[in-house]
Design a protein around this ligand. Structure first.
Ligand SMILES: Cc1cc2nc3c(=O)[nH]c(=O)nc-3n(C[C@H](O)[C@H](O)[C@H](O)COP(=O)(O)O)c2cc1C
Length: 149
């Protein structure tokens, strides 16, 4: 049985909602999933999980500062053999976002990224999430699970 942690940052709650929907998709498939806000988790906490999902709001085309510090902290751990996936939230019209940077970091950490990093859209800086994105989040969760089987 895979133990999954979804670690997310959020300023206005949108990425938290996306994380919850992803978690629902994974739980429906029978997985044990824990959600943690990045500021409440220490890098070494991830060693207890074999699947690590990370999500961040896009800030200036990159991951948030808190997510960046967390990822930097992961570098002193041995994470080879773990599986993972990343997602971000970003403006509806943006092509560049946090997921690219997070996916690169995840690969550098030796984590097997099982699905492509995926953006979910917000209408404005504080949200809301664009209609129809939360079902896509759930599907993203299910897609991760399919890759673990
Ligand atoms: C300081 C700051 C910088 C941002 N820069 C970008 C950006 O470069 N590209 C983008 O698409 N969205 C940008 N946004 C919009 C965020 O992606 C949006 O606030 C976020 O998806 C909302 O998620 P949250 O409610 O979880 O914080 C920025 C928002 C803030 C507050």
């Amino acid at each position: 049985m895979h133990k999954v942690v979804i670690i997310y940052d959020t300023w206005y709650g949108n990425t938290a909602m996306a994380a919850e929907a992803i978690g629902e998709g994974m739980k429906e498939a029978g997985l044990q999933v824990e959600l943690r806000r990045v500021k409440d988790v220490k890098p070494e906490d991830v060693t207890a999980f074999d699947v690590i999902v990370m999500g961040s709001p896009t800030h200036a085309g990159d991951m948030s500062e808190d997510m960046r510090s967390f990822v930097t902290g992961l570098k002193r751990l041995t994470l080879e053999g773990k599986k993972g996936a990343v997602f971000d939230t970003r403006y509806v019209n943006e092509e560049v976002g946090a997921a690219v940077a997070m996916e690169i970091s995840m690969r550098e950490l030796g984590i097997d990224v099982v699905v492509p990093g995926t953006p979910f859209r917000v209408e404005a800086a504080q949200g809301p999430i664009v209609d129809g994105e939360l079902p896509k989040c759930k599907e993203f969760g299910r897609a991760i699970v399919r890759k673990l089987e």
